[in-house]
Design a protein around this ligand. Structure first.
Ligand SMILES: Nc1ncnc2c1ncn2[C@@H]1O[C@H](COP(=O)(O)OP(=O)(O)OP(=O)(O)O)[C@@H](O)[C@H]1O
Length: 223
């Protein structure tokens, strides 16, 4: 069964010389229980597509359904709930809180979880994930003082902490060495159970080779 169904999605941006079409009829069916990759040249619209799937933006035309339901409006409370409970996202600019520790950044989505969790539970869950991602000795560091690859892993921990049905990750291993890439891919693989799917945008053929399926974005369409 498809967890994610995208049908004939279009998205243009307004440019100085008129509209610039980026997505020109993207269709996609992502089955449950796997790790999938989207590749494509720089500027082909991969991040644009991911933002639509994360309900951070709306298509000009076409439809997106997750677990059989159409996506809500991005800035509605249903959109917030979708991003908190159904979908986890790792963006290229990680949007972390620099002064807060790695644990507090990773635990942030749990603040809005129902039923509520105690501060202790939230920190324990975050610490466990961060340790699994090789950050056991950085738990109490403010993320503003972490390296690019360390920040990337904090963003991954924050995206997966709620156990999302759909995990979307834009270049999640772009700043990581081989060993750390293995840890991240291992975490994604362990999450890819029935009822869940993981979609990663990557430029790295070695990462795509470890995914169940790879789509290529070319000329505004997926192949
Ligand atoms: N908010 C925006 N306003 C105008 N144009 C935009 C906007 N966001 C993206 N674009 C344009 O849309 C095109 C696709 O951008 P996008 O970031 O989706 O590509 P990408 O495939 O993710 O690229 P990369 O691999 O370099 O990250 C680019 O030409 C970009 O300049």
């Amino acid at each position: 069964m498809s967890l994610l169904t995208v049908h004939d999605v279009h998205r243009s941006y307004r440019g100085p010389a008129g509209d610039v079409p980026v997505l020109r009829g993207v269709s996609l069916q992502v089955p449950e229980g796997g790790v999938h990759a989207i590749m494509g040249p720089s500027g082909s619209g991969k991040s644009t597509l991911l933002r639509l799937l994360a309900c951070l933006d709306t298509p000009d035309a076409g439809s997106i359904r997750v677990a059989g339901r159409s996506l809500p409006a991005p800035w509605s409370s249903d959109g917030d709930a979708y991003r908190n409970r159904t979908c986890g996202i790792v963006l290229q600019d990680h949007l972390l809180i620099d002064r807060a520790t790695a644990v507090d950044n990773a635990a942030l989505p749990l603040l809005y979880a129902r039923p509520r969790t105690s501060k202790r539970e939230r920190r324990d869950m975050a610490a466990e994930l961060l340790t699994r991602l090789g950050l056991g000795d950085r738990l109490r560091h403010p993320v503003g003082r972490l390296s690019g690859g360390e920040r990337q892993r904090v963003a991954i921990a924050r995206a997966v902490i709620m156990g999302p049905s759909l995990l979307l990750a834009d270049e999640p291993t772009g700043a990581l060495d081989e060993e750390r890439t293995d840890e991240v891919m291992g975490l994604f693989r362990s999450m890819s159970q029935p009822g869940r799917a993981i979609v990663i945008v990557t430029h790295d053929p070695a990462v795509a080779a470890r995914c169940d399926h790879t789509w290529r974005l070319r000329a505004g369409r997926l192949e």
